[in-house]
Write a protein that binds this ligand. Structure first.
Ligand code: SF4
Length: 408
């Protein structure tokens, strides 16, 4: 697959017609770099963890600049282009030169995918036909609710009827995936049922339900909690139940993040697959595996099945990929082994982690684990059960090999 990603820049909340009530970038503080897997060994901070992840763009990138970058990237590619993805910190539907951009990209004659749009910039539904004519083949569209008034109020969509009609027309012809951040008491219950039925009728391929996060533990790492003061939130298990119940009322594909994918049984299908577990290496050494509160119990079960007792060190943060240095500062070091493995994509710089995890005077080695041990609902939406299982087996095998290679 030869893919091209077209970055149009833009700022959340500013280059998308105002902050949605639930936007994770609302009240975001200007923070120093977190540290991450892309940083150099002795330098905390790189473009990814200081700018990209915080979506620190200065605005939309002008079309001329985007076009120049596309040309430069094309020269680096070998083979036929199979997919173009438009991405950025702002919303493509609000990009001032959006139609020109689509015409430019359609000349490359590869299917175009819009990785994310709220649709708030679609004021005239005729844009749907234009997009299809110009090569759009797949789009992820935030819906929130099919009730225009709820979209107007919670998404600050000035033309919700036009946005919904655009989605409807697109779904008749191309692959549309709907995304809904669920605010308990606002767009769950009957509103959710009606919205899912509307999406099914429209012809969308799938809908992903996203749990609203309102505390640092739930994943707000930009010192911006709470996003909505006093808003009720689902626990991970309540949310998984909601996803399960929603799946029962529709034939379209439903998954949820952080939990759960009812069609596949993910995340961590492997925990319930003894035959596949047997294929993993036995654990012969001891290393501490730091992980998040959701993955912790599943991973503990998997490692125990391969002889690894008491290796899991769970932080309060629910999502392992969003673990930062503050989370590991709270861990009790008294039972920690000499080797510690961090989640591959956590926002921590290794040398800083070594200092924090050696604060009791015992010098510990810290290494980074595999990027992915399972697929959350957003990732699994486009995967088969076998693909998720293969991903989990590869991730867990790499993790066990690291324990056996670096452990004591
Ligand atoms: S459209 Fe997306 S980026 Fe913009 S405010 Fe809403 S959730 Fe945030």
């Amino acid at each position: 697959m030869v893919q091209l990603t077209v970055d149009i820049g833009g700022r959340p909340g500013i280059d998308c017609r105002g902050f949605c009530a639930y936007c994770y970038f609302k009240h975001a503080q200007d923070l120093p770099a977190f540290g991450c897997k892309y940083c150099l060994p002795f330098t905390k901070g790189c473009d990814y963890c200081s700018r990209s992840v915080q979506e620190k763009y200065s605005g939309f990138i002008p079309l001329q600049e985007v076009a120049g970058k596309v040309l430069a990237d094309l020269q680096m590619l070998t083979g036929d282009l199979t997919r173009i993805t438009i991405s950025g910190g702002g919303d493509p539907s609000c990009y001032p030169e959006f139609t020109d951009l689509m015409e430019l990209l359609s000349s490359l004659e590869a299917p175009i995918h819009i990785g994310y749009t709220s649709g708030k910039g679609f004021d005239n539904p005729d844009i749907a036909e234009f997009l299809i004519e110009n090569g759009l083949r797949e789009i992820s569209f935030t819906v929130f609710a099919h009730d225009p008034e709820l979209r107007r109020k919670y998404m600050k969509d000035p033309t919700p009827e036009a946005s919904l009609e655009t989605l409807h027309r697109l779904a008749q012809k191309i692959e549309v995936y709907a995304a809904l951040v669920i605010l308990p008491g606002v767009n769950d219950g009957k509103v959710l049922i009606d919205t899912i039925r509307w999406l099914e009728k429209a012809g969308v391929k799938g809908a992903i339900l996203m749990r609203f996060a309102n505390t640092p533990e739930q994943g707000l790492i930009l010192q911006n909690a709470p996003i909505i003061p006093g808003q009720r939130i689902h626990t991970p298990l309540e949310f998984a139940d909601l996803v399960k119940e929603t799946q029962k009322i529709t034939s379209i594909r439903i998954s949820g993040t952080p939990l759960y994918d009812p069609d596949l049984g993910s995340p961590f299908i492997l925990a319930h697959e003894p035959d596949h577990l047997q294929t993993l290496p036995m654990i012969s050494k001891c290393a501490g595996v730091i992980t998040g509160a959701i993955a912790g119990p599943f991973l503990d079960q998997i490692l125990r099945a391969r002889g690894g007792e008491n290796l899991i060190f769970m932080v309060k943060k629910e999502i392992a990929d969003l673990i930062t240095i503050d989370d590991i500062q709270e861990l009790d070091l008294s039972t920690m082994p000499d080797t510690i493995i961090l989640p591959g994509r956590s926002f921590i710089h290794i040398s800083e982690a070594e200092k924090v995890l050696s604060a009791d005077g015992r010098s510990r080695i810290v290494i980074r684990g595999p990027d992915m041990l399972t697929a959350d609902g957003e990732t699994s939406m486009g995967m088969t059960r076998d693909e998720v299982l293969a991903l989990e087996l590869e991730g867990c095998r790499t993790l066990i090999n690291l324990i056996n290679q670096w452990g004591s």
